[in-house]
Design a protein around this ligand. Structure first.
Ligand code: HEC
Ligand code: HEC
Ligand code: HEC
Ligand code: HEC
Length: 118
C-alpha cells in the first residue's frame, strides 16, 4: 500500500467509525451515552431514510406489553391502550421520535393526562 492510499484508508476508518456511532447530536443523549449505534436502530451502517422498525427498539427495551408492565405504576400508563375499539396501539417511534422532539399521542385526545414526552 502506498503512503497516500494508507492515509486515505486511515481517514476512511475514522469516518466509518464516527458514522457508526450515534454521535448525531440530535439522537437523545441517553442513547448516545449508552453507545447505541445508528445500526442498532436503523439496521444499516449509513442510514439515509427514516424507517425504523419497532423490533429494533424492542430488542433492547422489550415489546409494548413488557413496557406496559414496566410503567404500570404511573397515574396513566402510556404503554397500555384500553381494549374494546379504543384507537391504537401506536408504534414506539410515533411517540419516541429520535431526531426530533418526542410527543405523547394520547394527549391529542386526552389533553388532561399527566404524561411527559421522553
Ligand atoms: C442497543 C440498545 C437500544 C436500542 C436499539 C434502543 N434503546 Fe432506548 N435506551 C437504551 C439504553 C441503554 C437507554 C438508557 C437507559 C437509562 O439510562 O436508564 C435507553 C433509553 C431510552 C428511553 C428513555 C430516554 C429518556 O430520556 O429517559 C426511551 C424512551 C427509549 N430508550 C426508547 C427507545 C426507542 C423508541 C427505540 C427505538 C427507536 C430505542 N429506545 C432503541 C438502549 C436502546
Ligand atoms: C403513546 C405514546 C407512547 C408509545 C407508543 C410508546 N411510549 Fe414509551 N413512553 C411514553 C411516555 C409518555 C413515557 C414517559 C413516562 C413517564 O415516565 O412519565 C415513556 C417511557 C418510556 C421509556 C422509559 C421508561 C423509564 O422509566 O425509564 C422507555 C424505555 C420506553 N418508553 C420505551 C418504549 C417502547 C420500546 C415502545 C414501543 C414498544 C414505547 N415506549 C411506546 C410514551 C409512549
Ligand atoms: C435510538 C434509535 C436511533 C438511533 C441510534 C439513530 N436513529 Fe436515525 N432515526 C430513528 C427514528 C425512529 C427515525 C424516524 C424519524 C424520527 O422519529 O425521528 C430516524 C430517522 C432518521 C433519518 C431520516 C431523516 C429524519 O431525521 O427523519 C436519518 C437520515 C437518520 N435517522 C440517520 C441516523 C444516523 C446517521 C444515525 C447515527 C448517527 C442515527 N440515525 C441513529 C432512530 C434512530
Ligand atoms: C384518537 C383519540 C384517542 C387517542 C389518541 C387516545 N385515546 Fe384514549 N380514549 C379515546 C376515546 C374516544 C375514549 C372513550 C371516551 C372516554 O372515556 O373519554 C378513550 C378512553 C380512554 C380511557 C378510559 C377512560 C378514561 O378517560 O380514563 C383510557 C384509560 C384511555 N383512553 C387511555 C389512553 C391512552 C393511554 C392513550 C395513549 C396511548 C390514549 N388513550 C389515546 C380516544 C383516544
Amino acid at each position: 500500500m502506498t503512503k497516500i492510499t494508507f492515509a486515505a484508508a486511515l481517514l476512511a476508518c475514522f469516518f466509518l467509525t464516527s458514522a457508526a456511532r450515534a454521535e448525531d447530536p440530535k439522537v437523545p443523549p441517553k442513547h448516545t451515552k449508552a453507545g447505541v449505534t445508528c445500526h442498532d436502530c436503523h439496521r444499516e451502517e449509513h442510514p439515509t431514510k427514516g424507517a425504523v422498525a419497532d423490533e429494533s427498539c424492542m430488542a433492547c427495551h422489550g415489546d409494548l406489553p413488557a413496557m406496559a408492565a414496566y410503567t404500570k405504576a404511573l397515574p396513566v400508563n402510556p404503554h397500555a391502550v384500553p381494549k374494546n375499539g379504543h384507537p391504537g396501539p401506536w408504534a414506539c417511534t410515533e411517540c419516541h421520535h429520535q431526531h426530533k422532539a418526542a410527543v405523547v399521542k394520547c394527549l391529542e385526545c386526552h389533553p388532561g393526562f399527566k404524561l411527559t414526552p421522553r
